[in-house]
Design a protein around this ligand. Sequence first.
Ligand code: 3BY
Ligand code: FES
Length: 432
Amino acid sequence: MTSPFVAPKAVPSPAEDPHALIADRLTGESLPAPFYVSQDFFDLDLDEIFSKSWLFVATEAEIPDPGDYVTITFGTRSVIVARDDDGRVRAHHNVCRHRGARLLTEPSGSTGTIVCTYHSWTYGMDGRLEFADAQAPGFDKSCYSLRSVHVRTIAGLVFICLADEPPSDIDEVAAIIEPYLAPHRLAEAKVAKQTDLVEDGNWKLVMENNRECYHCGGHPELLNVFFPTWGYSSTDAIPTRLAPVFERYRRATAEQIEIWDHRGLPYPRIEQLDTRPTGFHIERDALDLAGESFTLDGSAASRRRLTDIPEARLGRLSMHLQPNMWLHVTSDHALLFSVIPVAADKTLVRTTWLVHRDADEGVDYDLDHLTGMWETTNQQDADLVALAHQGISSPAYVPGPYGPSEFQVEAFINWYVTMLRCRLGIPVAPDV
Ligand code: 3BY
Ligand code: FES
Protein backbone atom coordinates (compact mmCIF):
# COMPACT_ATOMS: atom_id res chain seq x y z
CA MET A 1 0.00 0.00 0.00
CA THR A 2 1.27 3.44 -0.81
CA SER A 3 2.09 5.45 2.29
CA PRO A 4 -0.03 8.58 2.54
CA PHE A 5 3.06 10.42 3.82
CA VAL A 6 5.22 9.93 0.74
CA ALA A 7 4.48 12.33 -2.06
CA PRO A 8 4.61 10.69 -5.50
CA LYS A 9 7.89 11.53 -7.27
CA ALA A 10 7.24 14.50 -9.49
CA VAL A 11 7.98 13.77 -13.12
CA PRO A 12 9.26 16.98 -14.72
CA SER A 13 7.31 18.12 -17.75
CA PRO A 14 9.43 18.21 -20.92
CA ALA A 15 9.35 22.01 -20.62
CA GLU A 16 11.23 21.78 -17.31
CA ASP A 17 13.28 18.59 -17.62
CA PRO A 18 16.93 19.68 -17.73
CA HIS A 19 18.02 16.77 -19.92
CA ALA A 20 15.31 17.45 -22.52
CA LEU A 21 16.06 21.17 -22.47
CA ILE A 22 19.79 20.56 -22.95
CA ALA A 23 19.18 18.10 -25.80
CA ASP A 24 16.71 20.41 -27.55
CA ARG A 25 18.51 23.75 -27.23
CA LEU A 26 18.18 25.70 -30.48
CA THR A 27 21.24 27.57 -31.73
CA GLY A 28 21.10 31.32 -32.34
CA GLU A 29 18.75 32.27 -29.54
CA SER A 30 18.80 32.78 -25.79
CA LEU A 31 18.14 29.83 -23.50
CA PRO A 32 14.75 28.79 -22.12
CA ALA A 33 14.03 30.24 -18.67
CA PRO A 34 14.84 27.20 -16.48
CA PHE A 35 18.52 27.43 -17.52
CA TYR A 36 18.65 30.81 -15.77
CA VAL A 37 16.19 30.54 -12.91
CA SER A 38 15.89 26.93 -11.73
CA GLN A 39 17.73 25.36 -8.81
CA ASP A 40 18.21 22.16 -10.86
CA PHE A 41 20.22 24.04 -13.45
CA PHE A 42 22.16 25.94 -10.81
CA ASP A 43 23.19 22.61 -9.26
CA LEU A 44 24.02 21.17 -12.67
CA ASP A 45 26.14 24.21 -13.50
CA LEU A 46 28.17 23.77 -10.32
CA ASP A 47 28.56 20.01 -10.80
CA GLU A 48 29.16 19.83 -14.53
CA ILE A 49 30.64 23.22 -15.46
CA PHE A 50 32.34 24.67 -12.39
CA SER A 51 33.58 21.34 -11.05
CA LYS A 52 34.97 20.12 -14.36
CA SER A 53 36.43 23.16 -16.13
CA TRP A 54 39.57 25.16 -15.55
CA LEU A 55 38.56 28.24 -13.55
CA PHE A 56 40.35 31.53 -13.13
CA VAL A 57 40.49 32.12 -9.36
CA ALA A 58 43.24 34.63 -8.54
CA THR A 59 46.34 36.42 -9.67
CA GLU A 60 49.77 35.58 -8.31
CA ALA A 61 49.94 39.20 -7.19
CA GLU A 62 47.33 38.38 -4.52
CA ILE A 63 49.66 35.83 -2.92
CA PRO A 64 53.14 37.30 -3.45
CA ASP A 65 54.86 35.77 -0.39
CA PRO A 66 55.07 32.30 1.20
CA GLY A 67 52.09 31.83 3.53
CA ASP A 68 49.80 34.14 1.56
CA TYR A 69 46.47 32.59 0.63
CA VAL A 70 43.03 33.27 -0.79
CA THR A 71 39.97 31.09 -0.35
CA ILE A 72 37.37 30.75 -3.05
CA THR A 73 34.03 28.98 -2.89
CA PHE A 74 31.95 27.39 -5.63
CA GLY A 75 28.72 26.25 -4.01
CA THR A 76 29.74 23.84 -1.24
CA ARG A 77 33.31 23.48 -2.55
CA SER A 78 35.79 25.77 -0.85
CA VAL A 79 39.38 25.87 -2.05
CA ILE A 80 42.55 27.34 -0.53
CA VAL A 81 44.97 28.83 -3.06
CA ALA A 82 48.28 29.46 -1.30
CA ARG A 83 51.94 30.11 -1.82
CA ASP A 84 54.00 27.46 -0.07
CA ASP A 85 57.36 27.88 1.64
CA ASP A 86 59.17 27.10 -1.62
CA GLY A 87 57.27 29.86 -3.41
CA ARG A 88 55.05 27.46 -5.37
CA VAL A 89 51.36 28.12 -5.87
CA ARG A 90 49.26 25.30 -4.38
CA ALA A 91 45.55 24.61 -4.17
CA HIS A 92 43.90 22.43 -1.52
CA HIS A 93 40.35 21.55 -0.63
CA ASN A 94 39.47 23.65 2.41
CA VAL A 95 38.39 20.54 4.35
CA CYS A 96 40.20 19.13 7.37
CA ARG A 97 41.36 15.51 7.02
CA HIS A 98 40.31 14.76 10.62
CA ARG A 99 36.55 15.22 10.74
CA GLY A 100 36.08 17.54 7.87
CA ALA A 101 35.83 21.01 9.37
CA ARG A 102 36.28 24.02 7.08
CA LEU A 103 39.84 25.22 7.76
CA LEU A 104 40.35 28.80 6.60
CA THR A 105 37.32 31.06 6.86
CA GLU A 106 38.75 34.40 5.72
CA PRO A 107 38.66 35.32 2.02
CA SER A 108 42.42 36.01 2.14
CA GLY A 109 45.30 36.28 4.58
CA SER A 110 48.77 35.17 5.46
CA THR A 111 49.72 32.35 7.81
CA GLY A 112 52.68 30.10 8.61
CA THR A 113 50.51 27.00 8.91
CA ILE A 114 46.88 26.06 8.42
CA VAL A 115 45.45 25.21 11.85
CA CYS A 116 42.02 23.60 12.12
CA THR A 117 39.82 25.42 14.63
CA TYR A 118 38.17 22.18 15.76
CA HIS A 119 40.99 19.94 17.15
CA SER A 120 44.06 21.83 15.97
CA TRP A 121 45.32 19.53 13.25
CA THR A 122 47.97 21.65 11.60
CA TYR A 123 49.02 21.65 7.94
CA GLY A 124 51.90 23.23 6.07
CA MET A 125 51.09 25.50 3.14
CA ASP A 126 52.07 22.59 0.90
CA GLY A 127 49.15 20.66 2.42
CA ARG A 128 51.17 18.20 4.47
CA LEU A 129 49.82 17.36 7.93
CA GLU A 130 52.47 18.55 10.39
CA PHE A 131 50.74 18.13 13.75
CA ALA A 132 47.87 16.05 15.13
CA ASP A 133 47.75 15.83 18.91
CA ALA A 134 47.14 12.67 20.94
CA GLN A 135 46.80 10.10 18.17
CA ALA A 136 47.07 6.35 18.62
CA PRO A 137 50.53 4.77 18.25
CA GLY A 138 51.33 4.13 14.60
CA PHE A 139 49.31 7.11 13.37
CA ASP A 140 50.89 8.10 10.07
CA LYS A 141 50.66 11.83 9.37
CA SER A 142 51.76 11.33 5.79
CA CYS A 143 48.40 9.68 5.04
CA TYR A 144 46.45 12.81 5.94
CA SER A 145 47.67 15.60 3.70
CA LEU A 146 45.01 18.02 2.53
CA ARG A 147 43.32 16.84 -0.66
CA SER A 148 44.92 18.78 -3.42
CA VAL A 149 43.19 20.60 -6.25
CA HIS A 150 44.75 20.87 -9.70
CA VAL A 151 46.35 24.27 -10.11
CA ARG A 152 48.02 25.95 -13.04
CA THR A 153 49.65 29.36 -13.30
CA ILE A 154 49.90 31.11 -16.65
CA ALA A 155 51.81 34.40 -16.80
CA GLY A 156 50.71 35.38 -13.29
CA LEU A 157 47.11 34.12 -13.54
CA VAL A 158 46.05 31.25 -11.29
CA PHE A 159 43.63 28.61 -12.57
CA ILE A 160 42.23 25.62 -10.69
CA CYS A 161 40.26 22.57 -11.74
CA LEU A 162 38.20 20.62 -9.22
CA ALA A 163 37.92 17.51 -11.39
CA ASP A 164 40.09 14.45 -10.75
CA GLU A 165 41.07 14.59 -14.41
CA PRO A 166 41.06 18.17 -15.65
CA PRO A 167 40.69 19.03 -19.32
CA SER A 168 44.13 18.41 -20.81
CA ASP A 169 43.83 21.15 -23.42
CA ILE A 170 45.05 23.70 -20.83
CA ASP A 171 48.62 23.02 -22.00
CA GLU A 172 47.77 23.92 -25.55
CA VAL A 173 45.83 27.00 -24.45
CA ALA A 174 48.69 28.09 -22.18
CA ALA A 175 51.15 27.78 -25.08
CA ILE A 176 48.96 30.12 -27.14
CA ILE A 177 48.06 32.76 -24.53
CA GLU A 178 51.33 32.95 -22.61
CA PRO A 179 53.24 34.87 -25.33
CA TYR A 180 50.44 37.46 -25.36
CA LEU A 181 50.35 37.87 -21.59
CA ALA A 182 53.99 37.40 -20.54
CA PRO A 183 55.32 40.75 -21.84
CA HIS A 184 53.02 42.53 -19.35
CA ARG A 185 54.73 40.88 -16.35
CA LEU A 186 51.55 40.37 -14.38
CA ALA A 187 53.29 37.91 -12.05
CA GLU A 188 55.42 40.80 -10.78
CA ALA A 189 52.57 43.31 -10.43
CA LYS A 190 50.71 44.32 -7.27
CA VAL A 191 47.03 44.60 -6.49
CA ALA A 192 45.87 48.22 -6.50
CA LYS A 193 42.27 47.31 -5.70
CA GLN A 194 39.84 44.41 -5.70
CA THR A 195 36.05 44.75 -5.61
CA ASP A 196 33.32 42.14 -5.12
CA LEU A 197 30.00 43.04 -6.68
CA VAL A 198 27.06 40.70 -6.13
CA GLU A 199 24.77 40.96 -9.12
CA ASP A 200 21.09 40.02 -9.01
CA GLY A 201 21.14 37.61 -11.90
CA ASN A 202 22.23 34.15 -13.01
CA TRP A 203 25.95 33.74 -13.74
CA LYS A 204 25.27 32.96 -17.40
CA LEU A 205 23.55 36.32 -17.82
CA VAL A 206 26.68 37.98 -16.43
CA MET A 207 28.83 36.11 -18.94
CA GLU A 208 26.45 36.76 -21.84
CA ASN A 209 26.45 40.45 -21.03
CA ASN A 210 30.23 40.51 -21.11
CA ARG A 211 30.39 38.74 -24.47
CA GLU A 212 28.70 41.51 -26.46
CA CYS A 213 28.88 45.26 -26.93
CA TYR A 214 25.40 45.56 -28.47
CA HIS A 215 24.40 47.04 -25.11
CA CYS A 216 27.40 49.38 -24.93
CA GLY A 217 25.19 52.47 -25.36
CA GLY A 218 24.57 51.80 -21.67
CA HIS A 219 28.27 52.52 -20.97
CA PRO A 220 28.77 56.18 -21.96
CA GLU A 221 32.00 56.50 -19.92
CA LEU A 222 33.55 53.33 -21.33
CA LEU A 223 32.62 54.39 -24.87
CA ASN A 224 35.06 57.29 -24.65
CA VAL A 225 37.82 54.77 -25.28
CA PHE A 226 36.21 51.42 -26.06
CA PHE A 227 35.45 51.08 -29.77
CA PRO A 228 31.85 49.82 -30.05
CA THR A 229 32.82 48.04 -33.25
CA TRP A 230 33.94 45.25 -30.92
CA GLY A 231 32.00 42.02 -31.34
CA TYR A 232 31.32 42.24 -35.06
CA SER A 233 32.87 39.25 -36.75
CA SER A 234 33.23 41.06 -40.06
CA THR A 235 33.42 44.71 -41.03
CA ASP A 236 30.40 44.23 -43.36
CA ALA A 237 28.18 43.65 -40.35
CA ILE A 238 29.08 46.98 -38.71
CA PRO A 239 25.99 49.23 -38.71
CA THR A 240 26.21 52.40 -40.83
CA ARG A 241 25.67 54.59 -37.77
CA LEU A 242 29.11 53.41 -36.59
CA ALA A 243 30.85 54.35 -39.87
CA PRO A 244 32.73 57.41 -38.46
CA VAL A 245 33.83 55.49 -35.37
CA PHE A 246 34.89 52.60 -37.55
CA GLU A 247 37.06 54.94 -39.61
CA ARG A 248 38.81 56.09 -36.39
CA TYR A 249 39.10 52.49 -35.27
CA ARG A 250 40.73 51.52 -38.57
CA ARG A 251 43.32 54.32 -38.29
CA ALA A 252 44.04 53.63 -34.61
CA THR A 253 44.49 49.93 -35.36
CA ALA A 254 46.96 50.63 -38.17
CA GLU A 255 49.02 52.85 -35.83
CA GLN A 256 48.88 50.25 -33.08
CA ILE A 257 50.00 47.44 -35.34
CA GLU A 258 53.22 49.33 -36.10
CA ILE A 259 53.98 49.61 -32.38
CA TRP A 260 52.99 46.01 -31.58
CA ASP A 261 55.15 44.75 -34.44
CA HIS A 262 58.05 46.94 -33.37
CA ARG A 263 57.85 45.67 -29.77
CA GLY A 264 57.22 42.04 -30.73
CA LEU A 265 53.82 41.97 -29.04
CA PRO A 266 51.55 39.33 -30.57
CA TYR A 267 48.18 40.73 -31.60
CA PRO A 268 46.15 38.51 -33.99
CA ARG A 269 42.76 37.41 -32.74
CA ILE A 270 42.69 33.75 -31.81
CA GLU A 271 39.26 32.45 -31.01
CA GLN A 272 38.44 28.91 -29.98
CA LEU A 273 35.49 29.72 -27.77
CA ASP A 274 33.25 26.73 -28.29
CA THR A 275 35.43 24.06 -29.82
CA ARG A 276 37.33 22.91 -26.75
CA PRO A 277 36.78 22.39 -23.00
CA THR A 278 39.05 25.34 -22.21
CA GLY A 279 37.41 27.71 -24.68
CA PHE A 280 39.21 31.03 -25.06
CA HIS A 281 39.59 34.17 -27.09
CA ILE A 282 42.60 36.49 -27.12
CA GLU A 283 43.45 39.59 -29.12
CA ARG A 284 45.08 42.95 -28.95
CA ASP A 285 42.90 45.88 -29.93
CA ALA A 286 43.24 49.64 -30.22
CA LEU A 287 41.61 52.02 -27.76
CA ASP A 288 40.17 55.38 -28.80
CA LEU A 289 41.53 58.89 -27.96
CA ALA A 290 45.01 58.66 -26.37
CA GLY A 291 44.73 54.88 -26.68
CA GLU A 292 46.69 54.20 -23.50
CA SER A 293 44.24 53.22 -20.80
CA PHE A 294 40.66 52.98 -19.53
CA THR A 295 40.28 56.63 -18.56
CA LEU A 296 37.95 59.32 -19.92
CA ASP A 297 40.60 60.74 -22.24
CA GLY A 298 42.40 57.45 -22.80
CA SER A 299 45.63 58.61 -21.15
CA ALA A 300 47.49 56.37 -18.71
CA ALA A 301 46.13 56.29 -15.15
CA SER A 302 49.45 55.19 -13.65
CA ARG A 303 52.71 56.98 -14.41
CA ARG A 304 54.61 53.79 -13.55
CA ARG A 305 53.87 51.41 -16.38
CA LEU A 306 53.72 47.63 -16.02
CA THR A 307 56.83 47.09 -18.15
CA ASP A 308 59.79 48.90 -19.68
CA ILE A 309 58.17 49.11 -23.11
CA PRO A 310 58.61 52.83 -23.83
CA GLU A 311 55.26 53.39 -25.58
CA ALA A 312 52.31 54.14 -23.32
CA ARG A 313 50.02 53.64 -26.28
CA LEU A 314 49.62 49.88 -26.45
CA GLY A 315 45.81 49.68 -26.70
CA ARG A 316 44.40 46.75 -24.81
CA LEU A 317 45.18 43.05 -24.65
CA SER A 318 41.91 41.24 -24.00
CA MET A 319 41.18 37.63 -23.22
CA HIS A 320 38.09 35.56 -22.50
CA LEU A 321 38.23 32.13 -20.99
CA GLN A 322 35.16 29.94 -20.60
CA PRO A 323 33.36 29.66 -18.26
CA ASN A 324 34.14 32.49 -15.91
CA MET A 325 36.66 35.15 -16.81
CA TRP A 326 37.78 38.00 -18.99
CA LEU A 327 40.60 40.50 -18.72
CA HIS A 328 42.01 43.67 -20.23
CA VAL A 329 45.65 44.80 -20.03
CA THR A 330 46.86 48.27 -20.97
CA SER A 331 50.39 49.64 -20.68
CA ASP A 332 49.77 50.96 -17.16
CA HIS A 333 47.46 48.43 -15.53
CA ALA A 334 45.62 45.15 -15.82
CA LEU A 335 41.99 44.42 -15.05
CA LEU A 336 40.86 40.92 -14.28
CA PHE A 337 37.31 39.74 -13.85
CA SER A 338 36.11 36.46 -12.36
CA VAL A 339 32.55 35.29 -12.07
CA ILE A 340 31.43 33.10 -9.19
CA PRO A 341 27.89 31.71 -9.03
CA VAL A 342 26.28 32.28 -5.61
CA ALA A 343 22.65 31.23 -6.25
CA ALA A 344 20.48 30.81 -9.34
CA ASP A 345 19.76 34.54 -9.15
CA LYS A 346 22.97 35.84 -7.52
CA THR A 347 26.47 36.10 -8.96
CA LEU A 348 29.67 37.49 -7.54
CA VAL A 349 31.78 39.50 -9.97
CA ARG A 350 35.29 40.05 -8.66
CA THR A 351 37.36 42.78 -10.32
CA THR A 352 41.08 43.10 -9.66
CA TRP A 353 43.23 46.04 -10.76
CA LEU A 354 46.97 45.37 -11.02
CA VAL A 355 49.69 48.00 -11.33
CA HIS A 356 53.48 47.86 -11.28
CA ARG A 357 54.78 46.63 -7.93
CA ASP A 358 56.65 49.90 -7.37
CA ALA A 359 53.78 52.20 -8.37
CA ASP A 360 52.83 54.33 -5.38
CA GLU A 361 49.22 55.22 -4.75
CA GLY A 362 48.76 58.98 -4.58
CA VAL A 363 52.12 59.51 -6.31
CA ASP A 364 52.07 57.43 -9.49
CA TYR A 365 48.32 56.91 -9.64
CA ASP A 366 45.13 58.13 -8.08
CA LEU A 367 43.05 55.09 -7.10
CA ASP A 368 39.66 56.59 -8.00
CA HIS A 369 40.99 57.69 -11.37
CA LEU A 370 42.45 54.23 -12.00
CA THR A 371 39.31 52.32 -11.08
CA GLY A 372 36.50 54.80 -11.77
CA MET A 373 35.64 53.87 -15.34
CA TRP A 374 35.25 50.16 -14.67
CA GLU A 375 33.53 50.60 -11.31
CA THR A 376 30.92 52.66 -13.15
CA THR A 377 30.79 50.17 -16.04
CA ASN A 378 30.46 47.21 -13.67
CA GLN A 379 27.51 48.84 -11.91
CA GLN A 380 25.85 49.57 -15.26
CA ASP A 381 26.37 45.93 -16.25
CA ALA A 382 24.99 44.75 -12.89
CA ASP A 383 21.83 46.83 -13.45
CA LEU A 384 21.39 45.35 -16.95
CA VAL A 385 21.91 41.80 -15.67
CA ALA A 386 19.28 42.37 -12.95
CA LEU A 387 16.80 43.60 -15.56
CA ALA A 388 17.49 40.56 -17.73
CA HIS A 389 17.01 38.18 -14.81
CA GLN A 390 13.75 39.87 -13.80
CA GLY A 391 12.33 39.67 -17.32
CA ILE A 392 13.37 36.05 -17.79
CA SER A 393 11.68 35.15 -14.49
CA SER A 394 8.29 36.14 -15.96
CA PRO A 395 6.17 33.37 -17.48
CA ALA A 396 5.89 35.67 -20.50
CA TYR A 397 9.58 35.20 -21.40
CA VAL A 398 10.38 33.26 -24.54
CA PRO A 399 13.93 32.93 -25.98
CA GLY A 400 14.90 35.69 -28.42
CA PRO A 401 17.40 35.83 -31.32
CA TYR A 402 21.10 36.74 -31.12
CA GLY A 403 22.22 39.33 -33.71
CA PRO A 404 25.54 39.42 -35.62
CA SER A 405 27.40 41.35 -32.91
CA GLU A 406 26.27 38.78 -30.33
CA PHE A 407 28.19 35.92 -31.92
CA GLN A 408 30.37 35.54 -28.85
CA VAL A 409 27.23 35.18 -26.71
CA GLU A 410 26.17 32.32 -28.97
CA ALA A 411 29.71 30.92 -28.72
CA PHE A 412 29.53 31.03 -24.91
CA ILE A 413 26.09 29.41 -24.78
CA ASN A 414 27.07 26.85 -27.40
CA TRP A 415 30.18 26.00 -25.38
CA TYR A 416 28.08 25.69 -22.22
CA VAL A 417 25.42 23.46 -23.78
CA THR A 418 28.06 21.35 -25.52
CA MET A 419 29.89 20.79 -22.23
CA LEU A 420 26.65 19.77 -20.51
CA ARG A 421 25.78 17.39 -23.34
CA CYS A 422 29.22 15.76 -23.35
CA ARG A 423 29.49 15.49 -19.59
CA LEU A 424 25.95 14.17 -19.13
CA GLY A 425 26.03 11.91 -22.20
CA ILE A 426 23.08 13.72 -23.78
CA PRO A 427 22.67 13.32 -27.51
CA VAL A 428 21.93 16.37 -29.57
CA ALA A 429 18.44 16.75 -30.98
CA PRO A 430 18.44 17.87 -34.63
CA ASP A 431 17.94 21.63 -34.92
CA VAL A 432 14.51 22.45 -36.33
O1 3BY B 1 34.73 43.84 -20.91
C1 3BY B 1 34.41 43.51 -22.02
O2 3BY B 1 35.21 42.89 -22.69
C2 3BY B 1 33.04 43.78 -22.61
C3 3BY B 1 33.16 44.29 -23.97
C4 3BY B 1 32.08 45.20 -24.19
C5 3BY B 1 31.28 45.21 -23.03
N1 3BY B 1 32.07 44.65 -21.97
C6 3BY B 1 32.42 45.69 -21.15
FE1 FES C 1 39.92 19.44 11.99
FE2 FES C 1 39.24 17.83 13.97
S1 FES C 1 38.05 18.46 12.28
S2 FES C 1 41.11 18.86 13.67
